[in-house]
Design a protein around this ligand. Structure first.
Ligand code: ATP
Ligand code: FE2
Length: 330
């Protein structure tokens, strides 16, 4: 019989709740993003946002899924990595629900959840994953019970780079979608530092140089285009090397930056050259949301993973490769 999991996500600026059944249906997925008027995210302000709107987001997710308290078999929450105050608020809500409803509590690694929701959607069994978001830029592949990081950024994440560049040129957070729109009006590419070191890459040098381009009078459209082409080109290079090296036959693109159509085109080209299947997680499941936490919670629960409330402390620095992937057989 199918079971139902309520998943709660609140590692950074968004708070989300999703309801997923163990036969793999996303019954609802609702989130609310804290968007400061100006500047970056203040962890305490974001956590206050989560405690203010958390109950209504959860209620809405349950209503949309047409379920009552008694239908919930499991509560899963994003245990890490993320901002301490946000994780604490989210964990407190999840523990309270688990105790009140008398159902098991599951702590989910946020990065692993971005991978698993992509596997659910695509049916992929063993992909090379390009995970790109505001806080992460990783090329990941499964080996020996863990999702191993084959390559990653040595400094800032790609989404952070896009948002910081956008802020410098007067865009609101998050800047990624606006940069993508601007880039479509470009006429010229302007060279920016391209920095790939082995399987790792670096974005801070190109960020400084991109800001300089704009101050030197290059059009915003050309600057946005040049930022995208350079940043995505670096990712494509290491993704291609990861596929060639691991000989895996699937390439998965996930995380908030996966919403970008140009990045999707470039990586699908990489997959094609290597006869690998390609999937980009669909936009509603690409960014931070509760459905991915609920689905990963179900996988962990079915594999026998258990977490007592007493042991459920948050893990702000939990790495992708520190979670045993107990639900995979090979
Ligand atoms: P994580 O905790 O996994 O690092 P996150 O908190 O950054 O995630 P996400 O929703 O996964 O949250 O990603 C948000 C990022 O995605 C922002 O940096 C935003 O600019 C970027 N983004 C969203 N849409 C696009 C787009 N169309 N093109 C490029 N970047 C985009
Ligand atoms: Fe995320």
């Amino acid at each position: 019989m199918s079971i139902i999991c309520l998943g709660i996500e609140g590692t950074a600026h968004s708070f989300g709740a999703g309801v997923v059944s163990s036969d793999g249906h996303v019954l609802s997925n609702i989130w609310d993003m804290f968007s400061p008027e100006e500047g970056g995210i203040h962890p305490r302000e974001a956590s206050r946002h989560h405690s203010d709107i958390g109950p209504s987001v959860i209620r809405n997710a349950m209503e949309e899924a047409s379920i009552n308290n008694k239908d919930i078999d499991l509560v899963a929450f994003s245990r890490g990595p993320g901002l301490g105050p946000c994780l604490r608020t989210t964990a407190t809500i999840a523990r309270t629900l688990s105790l009140r409803l008398d159902v098991p509590l599951i702590g989910v690694n946020h990065c692993v959840a971005h991978i698993e929701i992509g596997c659910l959607e695509s049916g992929f069994k063993d992909p090379v994953t390009v995970y790109v978001s505001g806080g992460n830029t990783q090329i990941i592949a499964y080996a020996g019970k863990r999702y191993r990081t084959f390559g990653e950024t040595l400094d800032i994440a790609i989404g952070n780079m896009l948002d910081t560049f956008g802020r410098e040129v007067g865009m609101r957070f998050p800047a990624g979608p606006q940069i993508e729109r601007e880039a479509s009006n470009a006429t010229n590419y302007h060279q920016l530092p391209y920095s790939v070191k082995g399987m790792d890459l670096s974005y801070s040098g190109m960020l400084t140089a991109a800001n300089r381009l704009v101050s030197e009078g290059v059009s915003l459209a050309d600057a946005c285009f040049s930022v995208q082409e350079t940043a995505f080109g670096m990712l494509a290079e290491i993704a291609e090397r990861a596929i060639a090296h691991t000989k895996k036959k699937e390439l998965l693109l996930t995380g908030g930056v996966a919403r970008n159509n140009r990045l999707t085109d470039i990586l699908s080209g990489v997959a094609k050259r290597h006869n690998a299947a390609f999937h980009r997680v669909t936009p509603p499941l690409a960014g931070d949301q509760g459905a991915m936490i609920a689905w990963t919670g179900i996988l962990q629960h079915e594999a026998g993973d258990r977490l007592s409330v007493a042991d459920s402390s948050i893990l702000p620095k939990w790495r992708t490769d520190e979670q045993d992937i107990v639900w995979r057989r090979s």
